[in-house]
Design a protein around this ligand. Structure first.
Ligand code: NZQ
Ligand code: ZN
Length: 382
């Protein structure tokens, strides 16, 4: 174990915390409020934000879509440059926050912002940003990552930079009250897979990381099993905090990480519009079965410590069945059946995209080659 760790995002957690942005954003800032398709206009969040910004100079940019596109975000970049915006406030889910991270970085770069996603430009500077979270799922509100899509070419790529990590994040569980059930389930499942990507790898004797990951998995399982309580304040607060902790960097520090499910899943979203979380549940069970010999020890540990299974020789196999059963209990598919098109063509198209994005070997062991990805996809695509 050897690492540098810091999570500098100030978290304002709890009901009525949106008011805190009045003080969290420096007083003389010129603020751009960034949001999505308008859900914040229907649930009072926009009004609370406007109230909190009443002593600030501000304007707004709306229309950031789910799986935000560079085509839309570049319009905001123009505004930031033209109007000398000095602070970005992202109000929404992962898409709005990720989109704002891109805007923050691309606004400080003279070239084509897409260079940040391809790695041609390394971010050295960004407009400071804060976030008001309305959908717990991605952890984007207090991490360095952003995922952006280029609509024209169906490329969905990510970048990481400490410069775009939000300076503060407001997590008010009341903001979740208007979330459709589909999005709530997506959030729960995405957070669950984030923990898995940092935990179902190989044993590394990270007692803190493993113990914390197991606590998060048990929480998320319990919240999923009690989904009918999702209108309860404690249910909402616990999902919001669990999803944040799942991907704020802590549990993955100093231990191996996988992320292959995410990399393959991103292609499913980019090509076929599958919701991010649902792309993961389609890929992950097949990927775990494909990689079972590498992951057996951690799957067995998860079976005992998270699912309470008895040790047997097929414990790892039963743990995967429990994971799959959890998704199915939430009504989330574990095979890509909605497409209905030519399966061979779908697999070929996904593999071609993975190859063009340089995803030639994935996983904590670099054992998921394109051949293995093909086998995983053959099993995942119904
Ligand atoms: O557009 P609005 O009006 O905001 O509506 C959204 C959107 O339609 C709606 N919504 C959000 N909060 C709501 C609400 N509706 C009613 N009431 C509320 N309180 O929900 C829909 C989905 O929102 P979106 O932001 O797209 O979802 P999510 O938070 O799941 O974000 C997904 C994006 O994050 C990326 C994904 O790839 C995807 O692009 N990820 C980002 C990560 C990161 N930065 O670390 C890691 C993740 O693994 C993930 O890849
Ligand atoms: Zn995710």
């Amino acid at each position: 174990m050897q690492f540098n760790y810091s999570n500098p995002t100030q978290i304002y957690f709890g009901q009525q915390q949106i008011a805190a942005i009045a003080k969290a954003i420096p007083p003389h800032s010129n603020v751009l409020l960034v949001y999505g398709g308008g859900s914040i206009k229907n649930n009072g969040i926009y009004d609370q934000v406007a109230q909190a910004l009443s002593d600030h100079q501000w304007q707004e940019f709306s229309g950031v879509e789910s799986n935000p596109t560079v085509e839309t975000l570049d319009k905001a970049v123009e505004i930031v440059k033209k109007d000398h915006i000095t602070y970005l406030l992202a109000v929404g889910g992962g898409s709005v926050i990720d989109g704002s991270k891109y805007i923050a970085a691309a606004s400080c770069y003279a070239g084509d912002g897409w260079d940040i996603l391809t790695g041609k430009h390394k971010v050295k500077k960004a407009v400071p940003l804060g976030a008001v979270l309305t959908l717990p799922a991605t952890g984007s509100e207090s991490n360095k990552a952003a995922v952006v899509t280029k609509k024209a070419t169906k490329d969905k790529l990510s970048f990481l930079s400490a410069h775009v990590q939000p300076q503060f994040a407001v997590l008010d569980p009341d903001a979740m009250k208007t979330l459709p059930e589909r999005q709530l389930i997506n959030g729960l499942v995405d957070a669950w897979v984030h923990v898995c990507e940092q935990y179902i790898t190989k044993p590394a004797q990270g007692m803190v990381q493993d113990g914390f990951a197991e606590a998060l998995l048990k929480n998320l399982k319990q919240l999923g099993d009690n989904f009918s309580n999702h209108d309860d304040d404690a249910w909402r607060a616990n999902l919001m905090w669990s999803a944040n902790q799942a991907l704020n960097g802590l549990i993955g520090t100093g231990v191996p990480q996988d992320w292959a499910t995410h990399m393959i899943g991103h292609e499913l979203t980019a090509l076929y519009g599958v919701d991010h979380a649902r792309s993961l549940t389609i890929i992950q069970p097949s990927l775990l079965r494909n990689q079972i010999e590498f992951k057996r020890a951690k799957l067995e540990q998860m079976g005992i410590n998270v699912f309470g299974l008895q040790p047997t020789t097929d414990l790892a196999e039963r743990t995967i069945a429990e994971i799959e059963g959890f998704y199915l209990s939430l009504g989330v598919a574990t095979r890509f059946t909605e497409h209905g098109g030519d399966k061979t063509q779908v697999i070929a198209d996904i593999l071609a995209q993975l190859e063009s994005h340089g995803m030639l070997v994935l996983g904590e062991n670099q054992s998921i080659t394109l051949q293995e990805m093909q086998l995983i996809l053959e099993s995942a695509i119904g």
